[in-house]
Design a protein around this ligand. Structure first.
Ligand code: CMC
Length: 429
């Protein structure tokens, strides 16, 4: 990281400060001394101009539509590697050698079972609970089951917690699914690869054989790669903020899952598919485009737009290709939702409103169609996102804990409430 200096001038006060330059991307102005020098805070709701940390994990150039994991372009990682290789890359910073990869796969695979008592924990939920509600609770509950990996000051415990989380999250996700459909839980099978094992835990039943389709498994594995990390998005920032207080890793990941659930973030894949269903057919598209453009209507085209990408989301391109591959494999020739999606994308990409605001399809636009075709109900879409993003959250959490300059995150505010006033007793109100 190189640094130059700049001058900050506010009213009559001016002072020199560092301007830090990363390896690529915009520079940042170090404003840590601002309050001490001027008595003022910066104001940036939604953090549109604020870098909250230094990181070496993921880089996004939103104007160019670029996403790099540890420097490697997302399309190359998704094309050539598998999800556990991506996990290794995000956690350790380098692609694994074949021996390192085999060892990593072995270590993750050996952690896939959850404590048997977890099955009882699940019985406490209503069967119609949203699986994301179950995930928030069950991942948080891991801290009550694995006491030997909650001491964050111990690097070995941090690593065990990380491996446990990556390995157990598919097991919990599959259990959340099985619970809502009233089927028995399926134990992990260590002879299957990570994603095939997940599909088996979701779709196998005790009364008949289930054979994982390798094309669907590869497609889902690629979807996991696409979702694995995305720098300082809302859920990752939540994990970092929760972790900055010294909270245990399982609790921090549960906080990330809660944040991911919202429709502006990971919940958008569920919302996008619901929207395509509501549109129903190509003739209805203009009506929905008009609604999305109407300032007085809160409706938005779900799966469109992104805080950072002002160009085509590079993940959406791969997701679109994957959607076609999955539908072909399953022999789905005419999917009315896909027809609506393709036409909606075509119209929106030529519409002045979307062009001027640089609103392009994001990763969630095609993911719902793909996951639905694979047999997942919409309520599971965000759960699958959480399965994949867990490694990103863990990698970012570890990076934060290992940063010697790490401090508790504590933003300030612009107070607009009542100034000091005297307490009024109930009889005088
Ligand atoms: N449909 C219609 N108009 C939109 C849309 C949309 N999907 N997205 C943004 N706009 C308009 C918005 O009304 C605003 O217009 P104006 O400047 O006239 O007020 C302008 O574009 C900028 O929008 P914003 O809300 O200020 O932008 P943001 O960066 O705060 O929000 C976003 C980003 C992703 C929340 C937003 O684009 C959105 O709500 N999209 C739909 C939900 C969605 O697909 N989310 C998934 C994001 S990708 C996966 C993930 O990261 O989790």
């Amino acid at each position: 990281m190189t640094a130059s200096t700049g001058t900050i001038k506010v009213g009559d006060t001016s002072f020199e400060t560092n301007v830090k330059q990363g390896s690529i991307g915009p520079s940042v102005i170090d404003i840590g001394a601002l309050y001490g020098k001027t008595g003022m805070f910066t104001y940036d709701p939604g953090f549109t101009s604020t870098a909250s940390c230094e990181s070496q994990i993921t880089y996004i150039d939103g104007d160019e539509g670029v996403l790099l994991y540890r420097g490697y372009p997302i399309d190359q990682v998704a094309e050539h590697g598998d999800f556990l290789e991506t996990c290794y890359l995000l956690l350790y910073g380098e692609l694994p050698t074949p021996a390192q990869k085999a060892d990593f796969d072995y270590r993750v695979t050996r952690h896939t079972m959850v404590h048997e008592q977890m099955a009882r924990f699940f019985q406490g939920f209503r069967r119609d609970a949203h699986p994301m509600a179950v995930m928030v609770a069950s991942v948080g509950a891991l801290s009550a089951f694995y006491h030997d990996s909650t001491d964050i000051s111990d690097p070995t415990q941090r690593m065990i917690a990380s491996m446990r989380m990556i390995a157990k999250i598919p097991t919990l996700a599959a259990m959340a699914y099985k619970y809502t459909v009233g089927q028995p839980f399926v134990y992990p099978k260590n002879n299957l690869d990570y994603t095939s094992n997940f599909l088996n835990m979701c779709f196998a039943v005790p009364c008949e054989d289930y054979k994982v389709n390798p094309i669907l498994s590869r497609a889902l594995d690629r979807i996991f790669i696409l979702h694995a990390d995305h720098e300082q998005n809302a859920s990752t920032s939540t994990v970092r903020l929760a972790g900055s207080s010294g909270a245990n890793p399982f609790a921090c990941i549960a906080a990330g899952i809660a944040c991911l659930w919202g429709p502006s973030h990971g919940g958008a894949n569920e919302a996008a598919l619901k929207m395509l269903g509501e549109i129903g057919s190509v003739e209805n598209i203009p009506k929905f485009i008009a609604k999305a453009k109407d300032k007085n209507d809160p409706f938005r085209l779900m799966g469109f737009g992104h805080r950072v990408y002002k160009n085509y989301d590079p993940r959406a391109k791969i997701m679109q290709k994957t959607a076609h591959e999955v539908l072909n494999e399953l022999g789905i020739k005419d999917d009315p939702l896909l027809d609506v999606a393709v036409e909606l994308e075509r119209i929106a990409l030529h519409d002045d409103y979307f062009v001027e605001k640089k609103l392009y399809p994001n990763i969630d636009f095609y993911s719902g169609i793909t996951l639905k075709a694979m047999g997942f109900p919409t309520s599971m879409f965000t759960v699958l996102f959480a399965v994949a993003r867990t490694v990103g959250w863990i990698a970012q959490w570890r990076e934060m804990i290992e940063d010697p300059g790490q401090r508790i995150g504590r933003p300030r505010q612009l107070y607009t409430g009542a100034p000091r006033r005297e307490y009024v007793p109930p009889s005088k109100r």
